[in-house]
Design a protein around this ligand. Structure first.
Ligand code: ADP
Length: 402
């Protein structure tokens, strides 16, 4: 029988997250992560889900990604699921930036690696770490197909009118400046799952997807294809996020440089790490912000209001871009869990056919579900995202085809 397991790897600069799935029934066999790679206190947390063993944790120096993957393989081997297993069909790698060239999941070879490397200038934080993960995994299993699944791929269908910034065309092309969009694996998964929830084909429905995690992005999906998304050249643009500003007047940057005397790196850190919710109120966790709001904290209230105002603007903008909307879908940590965010974002949009039923909105569940009142013109849904399953499914489909 052909192998049916897929290992999904998400390699960050100092971490590796992994899941092993069996594609016969999409079940998880093991999940885990290695954190603080390169430090004395690296931590490996491994949870076998196959046969029901307990979570194992260990702390100690793990110097680099190669050591991290070997440690992961050793943990998997204890459950009879090692990287050397003949049941492993492929490894699927999350790659953040695929530029314009990668419109689909791609089997990795030297040319693909070179292209991911060529994209480092537009993804300096992410692509180097993704490359390290890929190279390490290939060294461990050179015989195994390895597939890159790009965060940007789902957005490559955007028309030029949405993808281009209104700046000098030659400059934009020279530096490859355009809207790429991110979280594409999630937007793809959730827009399809929303169509399924409505009992319709993805090609028949228009969906606004709101991926609200620590990073957050919105997308307009027309008949299964992305036509606009809020993140841009980098994941900084768009919605208010946990620590990122999202949209602002680009002249804020000149102002900070000229008047404030800040360096480019300082401004980068300010906008990516010390802005958004944490910059506005000192907390980036929506649970904590809601707790403070409920206690009457004015600063937390203002941060919440700014977050919601921006979200509402994007719902309106994408409603106009799509012309007809069948569903608005909330997903990721905040979207799936924070009922007050969903309620506030949709409040006042009755004229657009949008409303939230308070009782349905209060239900907690891991299942896709509708929270709009029965008979509503536009469905409002909560659709848990599953980026790992999507990466595994795309990887497996590609390998099975070849
Ligand atoms: P990412 O993948 O971007 O790190 P997630 O999608 O896991 O983020 O979302 C993490 C965020 O989800 C947390 O920062 C927190 O704000 C929010 N979150 C998680 N659980 C809840 C909850 N029960 N209520 C409100 N917000 C929540």
């Amino acid at each position: 029988m052909s192998p049916t397991r897929v290992l999904v790897l998400n390699s960050g600069s100092s971490s590796v997250k992994y899941q092993l799935l069996d594609m016969r029934d999409n079940s998880r066999l093991a999940v885990g992560l290695v954190e603080r790679i390169g430090e004395e206190t690296s931590r490996l947390k491994h949870t076998p889900l196959h046969g029901g063993g307990a979570t194992r944790e260990s702390t100690g120096p793990i110097p680099d990604h190669e050591a991290a993957l070997k440690a992961v393989s050793a943990e998997l081997a204890k459950d009879g699921l090692g990287l050397d297993s003949s049941e492993l069909a492929a490894i699927g790698h999350r790659v953040v930036h695929g530029g314009k060239s990668f419109t689909e999941p791609t089997v990795i070879d030297e040319a693909v690696l070179a292209e991911i490397e060529r994209l480092i200038p537009v993804a300096p934080l992410h692509n180097p770490a993704n490359l390290t993960g890929i190279r390490t995994a290939r060294a461990l299993r050179p015989d195994l197909p390895q597939v890159a699944v790009f965060d940007t791929a789902f957005h490559t269908t955007m028309p030029e009118s949405a993808a281009r910034y209104a700046i000098d065309v030659r400059t934009a092309d020279e530096y490859r400046i355009r809207r790429y969009g991110f979280h594409g694996t999630s937007h793809a998964f959730v827009s399809r799952a929303t169509a399924e929830l409505l009992g319709r084909a993805p090609e028949d429905v228009n969906v606004i997807v709101l991926h609200l995690g620590n990073g957050a992005s919105a997308s307009a999906v027309e008949k299964g294809r992305c036509v606009d998304t809020s993140m841009g050249l980098t994941p900084l643009e768009g919605l208010v996020m946990g620590t990122r500003s999202g949209d602002l007047d680009p002249a804020v940057i000149f102002h900070l440089a000229r008047v404030g005397g800040l360096s480019t790196d300082e401004i980068d850190t300010l906008l990516n790490k010390r802005s958004g919710l944490i910059g506005l109120c000192g907390d980036n966790d929506m649970r904590e912000i809601r707790r403070r709001v409920d206690e009457g904290d004015q600063q937390a209230q203002l941060a919440f209001d700014i977050y919601i105002h921006r979200l509402k603007k994007y719902i309106g903008a994408y409603y106009a871009v799509l012309g007809r909307v069948d569903a608005v879908a909330f997903t990721a940590g905040v979207g799936e869990n924070a009922a007050p965010v969903r309620e506030a974002a949709i409040a006042g949009l009755q004229e657009l056919g949008l409303a939230v039923d308070a009782e349905l909105n209060a239900v907690r569940s891991d299942e896709p579900r509708l929270i709009s009142p029965a008979g509503a013109r536009v469905a409002v849904a909560v659709v848990p995202t599953d980026e790992e399953l999507e990466i595994a499914a795309q990887t497996y489909a590609l390998v099975a085809r070849n």
